[in-house]
Design a protein around this ligand. Structure first.
Ligand code: NDP
Length: 329
């Protein structure tokens, strides 16, 4: 194979343009493992990279796609052999280094994990950075003492990728989950994932006092901005918020009162540079706590070409759950 199909973004006259084109294999960036990619996935960050609406891509031309799963073709690393099935999420792939929206990828061995037992490549990409981040959020809450018996937990941006997994994982663990969504037409979808209550985005984003009555034992926030600002006054004594996203904005307006009078913990979550030992633990927990039945309900599979429109749709908040990209489809 001398060439491979890739979705490439270029910067031309200050405008980002995404095209799908045959690319020579010798144009691949340096790395010690060559992977024949089978599947990638669509994340919010990928939408920003494809559309150029956020400063995600650090150099052009770039193959976006922050997640990939495939089979090792060549390896200069003793850790991987040709034929191994592997998985990659984060590490700046699709931002600084060519990523998963291509039939081939050359990457660093240290970024790869063996495909977790019991998962197909498509399932692993259904989980991808979104499910991985949701699991990190849940683990951070647990490590700060949030327990199912402690009361209701809340998930914002609930119908999105991270949100859908957070709802499903927390419900599976026995938490009473309230889903915050701007799309009430998807209440049935969220109920099937395990949500037992709902709030509209605007109910949290409306102006608040520094402290409200204590309601939430824990929170997973993917939205940031006014929604996170609106959540903090209602966090219960000793509760924790796992904060991972900015789909609604990067500003955070708050007072110190939830933190100094109620001991609320605001926990920052990063999936990109999560160290390998922690990654393995997170994937182990995914294997235990993500129901494959619910995974099927969350995922749709699309060919590479669909990314040219899906990139914009995810940035507009119009994608539900997770999109897996079949790069050979
Ligand atoms: P999705 O687009 O799938 O989900 C985001 C959800 O947020 C939407 O489905 C929508 O949910 C809600 N939303 C969208 N726009 C707005 C808005 N303007 N105001 C309020 N709510 C909005 O994205 P992902 O799940 O892939 O990612 C979610 C966030 O998490 C992103 O900001 C992403 O960058 C971040 N992230 C961070 C990671 C990390 O390592 N820290 C890793 C992965 C993701 P609804 O319609 O239900 O309200």
């Amino acid at each position: 194979m001398d060439t491979f199909k890739a979705l490439m973004v270029d910067l031309k006259e200050n405008t980002v343009q995404a095209t799908i084109r045959e690319t020579p294999c010798d144009a691949l960036p340096p790395g010690d493992v060559l992977v024949a990619v089978a599947y990638s996935s669509l994340n919010y960050k990928d939408g920003l990279a494809i559309t150029g609406k956020g400063k995600i891509v650090r150099s052009y031309p770039m193959v976006p796609g922050i997640d990939l799963a495939g089979t090792v073709v060549e390896s200069q690393s003793p850790d991987f052999q040709p034929g191994d099935r592997v998985l990659l999420t984060g590490w700046g792939v699709g931002e600084r280094h060519w990523g998963g929206y291509a039939q081939m990828a050359r990457v660093q061995a240290g970024w790869l994990l063996p495909l977790p037992a019991g998962l197909t490549m498509a399932q692993a990409m259904g989980i991808g950075s979104a499910g991985f981040t949701a699991m990190q959020c849940v683990m951070a809450l647990e490590e700060h003492g949030v327990m199912p018996s402690g009361g209701e937990v809340v998930v914002t941006g609930a119908t999105g990728g991270v949100g859908s997994f957070a709802v499903a994982i927390l419900a599976n663990l026995g938490y009473s989950v309230v889903a915050v969504t701007g799309r009430p037409q998807f209440h049935d979808y969220l109920r099937a994932l395990g949500a037992s209550g709902f709030l509209g985005r605007e109910e949290l984003a409306s102006p608040r006092k520094p402290l409200e009555s204590e309601r939430w034992a824990g929170a997973v926030d993917v939205v940031g901005g006014a929604v996170l600002s609106g959540l903090l006054p209602s966090m219960a004594y000793g509760s924790s918020v796992a904060m991972c996203g900015l789909a609604g904005g990067s500003d955070l307006v708050t007072t110190v009162f939830p933190f100094i009078l109620r001991g609320v913990n605001l926990l920052g979550i990063d999936s990109v540079r999560c160290p390998p030992p922690r990654r393995r633990l997170v994937w182990e927990r995914i294997g235990r706590d993500v129901s494959l039945e619910k995974l099927d309900a969350v995922v749709q599979v699309e060919p590479l070409e669909r990314l040219l429109t899906l990139g914009d749709e995810i940035v507009q908040g119009r994608v539900r759950g997770r999109v897996v990209i079949d790069v050979n489809g």
